[in-house]
Structure formats: C-alpha cells, structure tokens
Write a protein that binds this ligand. Structure first.
Ligand code: ZN
Ligand code: ZN
Length: 257
C-alpha cells in the first residue's frame, strides 16, 4: 500500500519548566523517540534528535533563540538522525565512534531486516509492521536506503560531567545496558531525569547488538535509588519516581535480581 505524504512531520507539546516534547507521529512506536528541548538562560539543550528523515532544525526553528547543545542519549538511529543539523553535538565516549561515521543504508521496511532481530523485538513486546513509518516525510523519500549522515561529537562526556545552561545544571549519569554509552541527564534541583532508553514506560530492549543484561541490572539498581520526581524518557509518556521504581523492580525481577 502506498504511503501518503505527511503534512507535518513533527509534533510539539510544552510541558512544565520550559521543557518541550517533540515527536514524530508518523513513525511506529519502536522508532518514535521523544526529543526534549530544555530552555536555559545562556543556552538550550536538545536531548536526542529523532530519526532524521525530515529536518528537525527547520521544524523546531521557533524554539531556537540562543545557542543549542544537542545531546545524544545514545547512538541508536531513532535518536541521532538529525544530530548532524546542530553545531554542538554531545555523546558518551563509548558511542562517539558510531556517530562519527554515517549509518550506511538503513531500510525503514521490515522485510529488509534480519528475521531473528525482528523476532527479538517482537518478543520484547513491540509490534513491527511492514513499514517503520506510516507516512512519507517528503515525496521522493527513499524508504529502503535512508542514510543517517555522520555527526562527529564536538564534546565527549562521561559519568559526572555537567551540562551547564546558565540557570540549569544537568549531570551526566552513565546508564549502560540498553547500549554501552547510554546516558541520562539529571537535574538535582528539580529532581528531573532525562533517561533516554535506559528506562521508559514501555517494552525495554536488552537483546540488541551492544546490549548487556548484567550491566543493565546494575543500572536499574542505581535508578531505583535516585530521588526522582519526574522522568522524561526516550520513548512513551513521562512518569514519576514511584513508577520508575516499579519499572526498575520489574526489570530486575524478570532477570532474577
Ligand atoms: Zn535505543
Ligand atoms: Zn529508542
């Protein structure tokens, strides 16, 4: 079935605290990353950049009135697609090499992916339909040979590093397991965590290339002990600290922890 051309690729929703959630409504849940824009006094943060099949920078231009630091919570394609559109690019050391080169051709069609890989994602709880998008971002878009351009980091971060916006400070938490260089950004003053794919209120993926269940369990133990008020995650709706502890406990229980 031919896909229609989307009128608008990104949707926007202002939450509290100068934080805007941006997402791509025409992608399937598996690939639908939350992009977070955080307004600061001296500079803004952009946490993840979506799939990159349409220009995030031009779609979100109305939000950018000062320098922007674009942070990748990790290098998966649905999180770093538009990273190349921003001048200041931040990622954890463990995944810096991956974004420094382009992705190579990536098909947005199920049929071109390894069957066992798709099966593992379905076992985790996702439905994977024939196409990863439900509309085309532009008339000539190539669904089979999409390439995420190279976007070498301009700053490499590690556990404990600070991203300073002038009036807001975010501490880098290294939260590996889903991927080796997954990071969270923790604002202690508001007890807010941007968690990337380390934890979200949906099917967590720990059998991807680069995933490590034993390491993921340590990350879940760490998350359980964090005095969180709100989590803005890499996928699915935001949640509170109580829900975070339930999700972490469920993960640990599932793996005998
Ligand atoms: Zn991921
Ligand atoms: Zn993701």
């Amino acid at each position: 079935m031919a896909l229609a051309i989307a009128e608008r690729w990104f949707d926007f929703e202002l939450t509290s605290d100068g934080i805007t959630r941006i997402w791509e409504p025409h992608t399937i849940r598996l690939m639908q990353c939350n992009i977070w824009h955080v307004r600061g006094r001296d500079r803004d943060l952009l946490i993840d950049t979506g799939l990159g099949v349409a220009s995030l920078r031009s779609a979100a231009m109305h939000l950018f009135d000062k320098p922007v630091s674009a942070v990748a919570t990790h290098a998966h394609i649905d999180h770093v697609g538009s990273l190349h559109e921003f001048e200041h690019r931040i990622i954890h050391r463990a995944e810096a090499a991956e974004i420094a080169v382009d992705s190579g051709p990536f098909s947005l069609q199920r049929a071109h992916h390894d069957g066992e890989f798709i099966a593992s994602i379905e076992r985790a709880g996702y439905q994977v339909p024939a196409s990863f998008v439900t509309a085309l971002p532009s008339p000539a878009f190539n669904l089979i040979e999409f390439i995420r351009p190279a976007a070498a980091a301009t700053r490499i971060v590690e556990e404990g590093d600070i991203l300073d916006l002038g009036d807001r400070r975010f501490e880098v938490l290294h939260l590996p397991g889903h991927s080796p260089g997954s990071i969270g950004l923790w604002e202690a003053s508001s007890a807010t965590l941007f968690s990337g794919d380390a934890i979200y209120d949906g099917p967590l993926l720990d059998e991807l290339p680069g995933s490590d269940i034993a390491v993921y369990m340590k990350t879940m133990q760490r998350l359980q002990a964090l005095p969180v008020r709100v989590v803005h995650a890499g996928h699915d709706p935001s949640f509170d600290g109580q829900r975070l502890r339930v999700l972490a406990r469920q993960y640990l229980a599932r793996h005998g922890g």
